[in-house]
Design a protein around this ligand. Sequence first.
Ligand code: MN3
Length: 199
Amino acid sequence: MAFTLPDLPYAHDALADLGMSAETLEFHHDIHHKAYVDNGNKLIAGTEWDGKSLEDIITGTYQSGAVAQSGIFNNASQHWNHAQFWEMMGPGTGGMPGELEKALTEAFGSVDKFKEEFAAAGAGQFGSGWAWLVKDKDGSLKVTKTENGVNPLCFGQTALLGCDVWEHSYYIDFRNKRPAYLSNFLEKLVNWENVASRM
Ligand code: MN3
């Protein structure tokens, strides 16, 4: 089953008033995400991964550790990461569902402490990567960061929230100010109902 680029779940300009411009989404979704889809399809054609599910390709190539698989892993994982990322944001969504607020408070002490930890993980990721809120195998909530395309699937974790901290995600709107992008993401862009639905 070949990868396909999913449509954004909102218009390209739907997040502009919230700090993510149409130009960013045109580059990020239409060009960067599309490139992961197209390159992944080219690399997978005719290999043992042809016809496997996206999740199986990601975990299988990551666990193999083989350099020959790294191109397939990088493109497959980045395709999955971006497909989740678009869904985790949204325009004018409601507040945080009570069950999520309760779970974050239990795990981190307060919602604000969770946001501080998440923003610090994203700011502290050296180079390209992602910040995550995950549900670990034992059910506990944790904040993590990963390099490049590595994601929670690689560690058997459930991704509840992810933030792309590659420069292409923020350079147009925030230039080099990654902490400002992360703060804006947490305060204005996250679709907390989507996050809660992943628990
Ligand atoms: Mn990206």
